[in-house]
Design a protein around this ligand. Structure first.
Ligand code: ZN
Length: 524
């Protein structure tokens, strides 16, 4: 085939692909009540599910991820048992978790759940009538979550409530089919976009941080007043004191164009608050929630969020949400951090200033690589973790002349080099010294352990991005990412979609560079 007709073919395919793109819409209203005596969440969820696919759907796969903590036979438990510290972590779950009392209705009619034969945290909701293309339905159910002892992303430690993966949630149906997946520790998520209204009822003594914008004006004003005071570390720390000490309060949060909703509650949270001006002129609220005796570098958490948002907005596209927040995890948890839309959990006790900045930047950066660019993390972990780590390393190099992996091991003569040479050295050392046996394009659950998963998905991918920089130039890499953001924000991009953006910048050599995703071992 001649070159010119190939070009036309490619253009046609691209046109057709973009014309045919669709994704499902899942809009939620959730009422949830925290009982901190019984250690339960009770609530109801109301989902408006819109079928934008060209297919008739006889059922919808649902995730019930709190059931992952129910016994030692779930996919999560079996994966944990394989890890060297896994048995201890599993034993540490004193209170088992689960989600019970489900009773789905679809458009008011009772609907049947078919259990997945393999996983108790996945069910098939059989629709009373198939859902036609272009139509929407209302799905409703009660639920009770028995809150587990915190061991993996979600649960309770003392009076700290970390409420993640806590409500019944439809799996993604996309152009490649259904994506039901059991909860795993090593291996993340994939969810459809939508709008959330969540009414959280808690004893009034709790401070809550959640995905979205708090709608209760009185409560918000108190958080801002306390938070602004605490931003200045020279001032006496102000603590939250509830208006009525024995009652409960209902806090309402709204979030648009997100694919998850997490919330965190503690009576001892120290609130910090500032506003940040974005380059387009919009102002966003920045909150952090930490502890009086937490990690000292946390006092700079608000400015770390602001700087991360400035950098990622410049590199990729402007932060699109009205609020950005981070929560300091309990001091006995040290898993690094975990991202959710507009809010992130930071579990890095004892982190130095630059380490804290690095981990907060990484987690805030996930608002782009995961939150806005909603890829399938379970199958293509490099698309969120790896691309995000690449930008995190650039941030750290520029600001601190350090790197999360090498840190203090970087010799002074390397630190003294100009930025470009400094970065080259870091990536050269990373590619030479880090074991990177598996191919980048390996599903998260297929790695033998968490260390191997992290080495390859985070670091090998960052090194691969740097190789692309060397071949096509950083300007083109940055241009490709800006286009990627523009074309795929609030959508579900796959690896081939990112490749197309790079091909537009550098048509001649992108196939060879993309083949490196399947390369085992080190890049030569
Ligand atoms: Zn990450």
């Amino acid at each position: 085939m001649k070159r010119i007709s190939l070009l036309i073919c490619t253009m046609l395919t691209t046109l057709l692909a973009s014309a045919q793109y669709w994704q499902q819409q899942t809009d939620y209203v959730i009422d949830v009540f925290l009982d901190d005596k019984a250690q339960t969440l009770k609530g109801n969820v109301y989902i408006e599910y819109t079928n934008n696919s060209p297919d008739e759907l006889p059922f919808i796969w649902f995730h019930l991820w709190q059931n992952a903590y129910k016994n030692d036979r779930t996919a999560f438990a079996r994966q944990l048992l394989r890890d060297k510290d896994g048995k201890a972590r599993l034993k540490g779950i004193k209170d088992k978790g689960s989600i019970e009392d489900l009773a789905f209705t679809v458009e008011g009619k009772t609907a049947r759940m078919e259990p997945d034969p393999e996983n108790i945290d996945i069910v098939k909701l059989v629709l009373p009538e198939p859902l036609k293309p272009g139509k929407k339905i209302i799905l409703k159910t009660w639920f009770t979550v028995h809150i587990p002892t915190y061991a993996s992303r979600s649960g309770r430690l003392g009076q700290a409530y970390l409420m993640c993966q806590w409500y019944p949630k439809p799996a993604v149906y996309d152009r490649k089919g259904w994506h039901p997946m059991p909860y795993l520790d090593q291996g993340e998520f994939y969810s459809d976009f939508g709008n959330f209204t969540v009414n959280i009822s808690v004893p009034s003594s709790y401070v809550v941080g959640a995905t979205g914008q708090l709608q209760n004006e009185d409560e918000l004003a108190i958080y801002k007043k306390i938070g602004a005071n605490n931003l200045d570390s020279a001032r006496v720390l102000m603590k939250y004191t509830p208006a009525g000490s024995n009652g409960t309060k209902i806090l309402t949060y709204k979030a648009s164009r997100v694919h998850d909703f997490a919330w965190f509650a503690d009576k001892d949270f120290i609130i910090r608050y500032d506003t940040a001006q974005l380059s387009a002129g919009t102002t966003i609220d920045v909150f952090t929630y930490g502890y009086e005796n937490g990690t000292p570098s946390w006092k700079n958490s608000v400015s770390f969020i602001e700087d991360a948002i400035r950098h990622y907005s410049n590199w990729l596209g402007e932060y699109p949400y009205p609020v950005a927040q981070a929560v300091e995890g309990p001091q006995n948890v040290s898993s690094g951090g975990m991202e959710y839309p507009m809010i992130t959990l930071i579990t890095s006790p004892g982190a130095s200033n630059s380490q804290m900045d690095g981990v907060i930047t990484h987690e805030v950066g996930h608002n782009w690589f995961y939150g806005i660019l909603g890829s399938n993390e379970r199958d293509h972990a490099w698309m969120d973790e790896g691309l995000n780590s690449y930008f995190q390393f650039r941030y750290e190099a520029e600001k601190y002349r350090t790197n999360s992996i090498f840190g203090d091991a970087i010799p002074p003569e390397v630190k003294a080099k100009p930025l470009k040479e400094f970065e080259s050295t870091i990536y050269a050392v990373l590619s030479g010294q880090i074991p990177m046996e598996e191919a980048i394009e390996t599903p998260a659950a297929d790695f033998a352990d968490k260390d191997k998963y992290a080495m390859v998905e985070y670091i090998k991918t960052a090194v691969w991005m740097y190789i692309i920089e060397q071949v096509i130039g950083r300007d083109k890499v940055d241009a490709a990412f800006k286009e990627y953001y523009n074309d795929w924000k609030f959508k579900h991009p796959y690896p081939e979609d990112l490749k197309e953006e790079f091909r537009k910048q550098s048509p001649s050599n992108i196939d060879g560079l993309w083949q490196l995703l399947d390369k085992k071992g080190k890049f030569e």
